[in-house]
Write a protein that binds this ligand. Sequence first.
Ligand code: COA
Ligand code: AMP
Length: 634
Amino acid sequence: MVGEFEQIYQQSLAQPEAFWAAAADDIDWFKKWDRVKDDDNPPFYRWFVGGRTNTAYNALDRHIAAGRGDQAALIYDSPVTDTVSRISYTELRDRVAKFAGALRDLGVGYGDRVIIYLPMIPEAVVAMLATARIGAVHSVVFGGFAPNELATRIDDCTPKCIVTASCGIEPGRVIAYKPLVDAAIELSTHQPDHCVVLQRPMVAAAMTPQRDLDWVQIEAAAAPADCVEVAATDPCYILYTSGTTGEPKGVVRDTGGHLVALKWSMSNIYGVNPGDVFWAASDVGWVVGHSYIVYAPLFHGCTSVLFEGKPVGTPDAGTFWRVIAEHNVAVMFTAPTAIRAIKKEDPDGKLLEKYDLGQFRAQFLAGERCDPDTLEWCQKHLGVPTVDHWWQTETGWPIVSNCLGIEMLPIKPGSPTRPVPGWHVQVVDPAGDPLAADEIGAIVIKLPLPPGSLPTLWQKDQRFIDSYLAEYPGYYQTGDAGMIDADGYLHVMSRTDDIINVAGHRLSTGGMEEVLSAHSDVAECAVIGVADALKGQVPLGFLVLKDGADKDDAAIVAEVVQMVRDRIGPVAAFKLACVVQRLPKTRSGKILRGTMKKIADCEAYKMPATIDDPAILEEITQALQTIGFAGPGT
Ligand code: COA
Ligand code: AMP
């Protein structure tokens, strides 16, 4: 007998238009679409062409009209400020409408961009929804990025306005945000007209007259703005993510497809009902935060938890369980790193005994490969299904997952299960031919991608084609390698490019190499991701110095570490580097990063047949010993 999941999956591929049209009936449209899928201009595809709607309307107003006005839309739980507050759908809509009015008064309108650089506070959600309410396009930048990264985004999306706060709070320290924003504006060519600043009580931001405006004052003075009708194909947001170079990719999310796919995912993948409490412990600066802290839970009429804290240290490794118990969380989503951090401090899950998790139904994990130990720890201690699922900033929602709302399939540790309805996933060889079961190759997705996935990169159609579509015509290249087993389960093994995953955060080693190369004493360099017991991977740099460099090696290493922190940000967690005489290369000059990674990870490796000089590998081992690096976790 064909299971329910299999039937739905097959229907989604055989009749995508009927499938997604049915899902789109779950969304409020001001005008229904004329065509579900427009494939007149491949490789560009558009969904729900002719449809008109508004993202903020579907997140807030429609639920108030349906009687959910008094239900909490957000629970703000902030152990770092010792605050817990609940914001109802009506209260959130009213704040969003007023702030939307304030943005409109600043000249922000349909299609204009707004950069949001805020910590995990309710105002981040207000700013995102207010932007969407007036048909503008937001680009949220994660607070752990340095001014230079912010400046790159300012120049790429040319915002009329930047919305920020005086500070963010990391355990044990307050980070003043406004000087970072000021420095970014100083570095960028494009100059925003205004900067709206929320003054938090811990730090007062210095304001530049005329340009900078106080959030509270402009919100109080504004009249509420109504929802602006936009086309389903209009962008809702741009989210920058690491590419293989230092220049980030501006992933565009459209309006209609995003609404339809995210709403569908809540009931079908996460098995969540309207009214349930859903918690994604991530940050609004990442795609997980966009999709599953802000948009999907609100599109679905859920209560979303906005957590300003860490899995450990705020105040202890029981915080996650406290939040689940205190707020009756039904389904939670976090990164395996967070669980590893908890497991390290509380290996036997003793802190769990303090809390009643009776309402808790499922734990979802994503953002990086989920090691079987972490999955098994969750299964053993949480007593609910633990679901590893795989997706990317580009796709906006899960590609491969156990769909708890359809039919729970058996869990295989090490695999995020099977492709979700709508996603035609294949594993191919370098020529693009499908591989047999259990054979490792590039993971690709047949075009067109389903609704909600990226239609293009912001104002860079050619880069979109070059980055994702050119190598395997007719397919989207995910940049991940893996295999599909005989049961149709996908196993994601590694990236095929220079992207590494540090604590669930995606970073470009190419971008770090650009920073190291800018040091005046560095002739050549390579950055690789090495295994780390807590963060999954951490970056490690190798530096070849110019002849005549007169500082000692340790001083140069300290300087490049600081440079990466200053130019990319603390989130890069770049703390390890060593000096070598030369880098191992092939005879044609390609740096053998894979072999260097194996040496650093203490894994067996084969001597590459094309290596220029095998003796260099011994030098790499010695250089690692010199800095006391002896393998994963040291
Ligand atoms: N603003 C400013 N700085 C920030 C920041 C922010 N929003 N977020 C992180 N940073 C800084 C941290 O303070 C740290 O700085 P440091 O080098 O001075 O210590 C650095 O960036 C790295 O941060 P982080 O990755 O959080 O590492 P950590 O060592 O402080 O904490 C964990 C380790 C495991 C607790 C943490 O990585 C974690 O919570 N991981 C889960 C990740 C996650 O949820 N990812 C979401 C993807 S789904
Ligand atoms: P990001 O765009 O930041 O969400 O990062 C996406 C990348 O993270 C993917 O391309 C994978 O390399 C990795 N990733 C995310 N989730 C998983 C997972 N469940 N298993 C393995 N890798 C994952």
